[in-house]
Design a protein around this ligand. Structure first.
Ligand code: K7E
Ligand code: CUA
Length: 635
């Protein structure tokens, strides 16, 4: 959720709405039961991973469930000194010219609509990128982008049933291709949005831009991919169907209903293969007005946000930020409306499906419904930004009595603190959710913790959804700012404990003392070091001002958690090598002096002794001949 005014509104309404959702008080008996439910005793382990997006921190946070303890941070779009990310040549290259990103929606890779435990993809709203984290080592291995013809990569990253594609839709529209300039006053005519299909290699996970679908300049919002009967389809909400370009708060909220996108991505793929696309900035682009069957619109009230397909693939639920109800689309009816051409007109040649023909019902969940998740037992859970609570309700099929009054489908509400954005139910976006746990990711923690000054952390709350009534169990805090999250059963993956020596294909890796050393070719100085408790070999590097220095450090440990760092004084160099890993940095030496380098990661009783010297001689003073330098003598 972005809108400042919504937040302001929520602050005003929070006090009122707390009463609306009932009061949370915890009796002594409940306290004990809740504590036991989330307690993970020393030495015992959590049952689930919780992968939080880190918002504009550019990172992904990993916590355990049920403890909600933060376990590790995976840096993605921002340098992170703790793991040396963004300092060595390889990760620096991945980050490119950017030092931040805005991570919103993590997506675990799937096979047959179930998590396959291979990769976690995350989007960057700010710089139009997608990244892939490998769950073998919990590290970022690829950053794709900025994606051409795509601006504001927020409606992303939504993965298809067999990880064929990551589907993305643009939050912002601009004149395309990027770089073309037009006056925002000509927004309607000159600006466009885009849906992108990012192809994922089934073996390696490597991503590349597959194709794109040109759209009118609506602001695409959240999306979701189909499964089962909706296999091959994807859905996005939108706001600003008004196509306003200024005073958006007012001008983009005029209409009662905005047009959501119903995309047949298999049809788009087929049309591209049949040569029906035109190239723009190197990407085949489908104009859906010219290729029927790829894109349909469906009206949904009012300024909707979340769009979530249920585990059966039959129900698609939109949250209407400004209407006190969720809208339930019936995909079978969507299909029938398409086949029977039950349209209520078109927009720029794209058919608009007739609202009454595709909507199963509007469920009066309360104020500010944003996102919906499912437990696989026929129940839906919606986060309420304004009401500050989680609402449990019943998916269709509804009884006649419920249909007459859908208030009867609303089953339970539990207060959240405060202003919930996303929520996640374990496995909700698969065909077999784990159910059991729900985490509410709240935008405002508003002093429910010890006072840390004006800036407050975000709060997360763990809710047990295994019974009829939801039960608030525990609460924790994170840095800004989790949007969505994914939950994966710990038993489903087996991350590596070390990088085996035989897998290290770095041509500059060295494993034996004899292969280490410092060599010079002209002004190119190359040092190859090993790191093992508690010594760098060599522990002296000689060079001169003006030299180009390249240092490769291999951590030759094959023992879990035996990590060594390489910090170089006053040069902004900070590498961290996991067991079996080689990392490289490159610098131009500009100042004379003796600069100690040292291991940054506490590795042994003699960790403090794990140090050496970079000796940078004045020009002409130091070693100039080819071959080993003084370092050899030091070994
Ligand atoms: Cu609702 Cu970016 Cu998914 Cu934030 S978005 S909450
Ligand atoms: Cu190696 Cu500390």
């Amino acid at each position: 959720m972005k809108t400042k005014s919504m937040i302001a509104l929520a602050i005003i309404i929070t006090a009122v709405s707390l009463a609306g959702c009932g009061k949370s008080s915890t009796s002594q008996g409940d306290r004990t039961a809740n504590a036991l439910a989330s307690y993970v005793a020393p030495g015992e382990k959590d049952e689930y991973y919780l992968f939080y997006s880190g918002g504009h921190s550019g990172q992904v946070f990993v916590a355990g469930i049920p403890s909600l303890r933060h376990i590790v941070t995976i840096p993605v779009f921002a340098p992170y000194p703790g793991t040396g990310y963004g300092f060595d040549e390889e990760s620096k290259k991945m980050l490119g010219d950017f030092t931040w990103g805005d991570v919103h929606h993590p997506a675990l890779s799937q096979t047959n609509s179930k998590y396959d435990g291979r990769w976690l993809f995350v989007n960057d709203n700010a710089n139009n990128r997608i990244a892939r984290i490998d769950l073998r080592d919990f590290k970022t291995h690829q950053i794709l982008g900025p994606i051409p013809n795509s601006v504001g990569n927020h409606g992303s990253s939504f993965i298809t049933e067999n990880s064929e594609y990551i589907l993305c839709a643009t939050r912002f529209s601009v004149p395309l291709p990027k770089g073309r300039v037009a006056d925002p006053k000509d927004y309607e005519k000159e600006f466009n949005g885009m849906v992108s299909g990012i192809k994922v290699d089934p073996q390696t996970g490597e991503m590349k831009v597959g194709w794109q679908i040109l759209t009118p300049p609506f602001d695409w919002d959240l999306g979701s991919t189909g499964k089962g009967p909706s296999s091959g389809w994807a859905f996005w909400t939108s706001y600003n169907t008004e196509m306003a370009h200024d005073v958006m708060e007012v001008n983009s909220t005029q209409k009662d209903r905005d047009l959501c996108a119903v995309v047949n991505w298999r049809a788009a793929e087929k049309a591209v293969n049949e040569g029906k696309a035109q190239m723009m900035d190197g990407v085949p682009i489908i104009d859906p007005a010219k290729v029927p069957g790829v894109l349909y619109f469906v009206p949904i009230g009012k300024s909707p946000h979340g769009m979530d397909v249920d585990p059966t693939g039959k129900w698609v639920v939109a949250g209407g930020k400004l209407q006190p109800a969720t809208t339930v689309l019936n995909f079978e009816k969507v299909q029938a409306a398409i086949n029977n051409k039950t349209f209520e007109g078109d927009f720029r040649g794209i058919p608009i499906l007739k609202y009454e023909a595709v909507v199963e019902g509007e469920v009066p969940v309360g104020l500010g419904p944003l996102h919906t998740q499912y437990d696989g037992r026929g129940f839906a859970y919606t986060s309420m930004f304004i009401d500050s609570c989680i609402v449990k309700w019943k998916l269709p099929p509804w009884t006649d009595e419920e249909k007459k009054d859908l208030n009867k489908a609303v089953l339970d509400k539990v207060p959240a603190h405060f202003s919930t954005g996303h929520l996640v139910v374990a496995g909700s976006d698969t065909k077999n959710p784990y159910g059991k746990w729900l985490v509410a990711m709240n935008k405002l923690s508003a002093g429910r913790h010890i006072n840390v000054g004006p800036a407050q952390p975000e709060s997360s709350q763990l809710i047990d959804i295994s019974g009829d009534k939801m039960k608030m169990i525990a609460e924790s805090y994170t840095e800004p700012e989790p949007h969505f999250a994914q939950i994966l059963k710990v038993s489903e993956i087996q991350p590596a404990e070390v990088y085996p020596k035989e897998e290290n294909k770095d041509p500059n890796a060295v494993w034996d003392k004899d292969a280490t050393g410092v060599t010079r070719m002209g002004n190119q100085v190359v040092a190859k070091l090993t790191a093992i408790r508690s010594r760098f070999t060599p522990d002296r590097i000689d060079a001169q001002v003006g030299d180009d220095l390249t240092v490769h450090v291999t951590n030759i440990e094959q023992t879990r958690d035996m990590i060594h760092g390489f910090g170089l004084i006053e040069h902004n160099i900070n590498m961290v090598m996991d067991p079996g890993e080689t990392k490289t940095f490159h610098i131009k030496l500009t100042k004379p002096g003796v600069f100690p380098f040292y291991c940054t990661n506490f590795c042994s009783a003699l960790h403090q002794e794990m140090q050496g010297y970079l000796v940078v001689w004045k020009p002409g003073e130091g070693p100039t001949s080819a071959g080993a330098t003084g370092a050899t003598a030091q070994r």
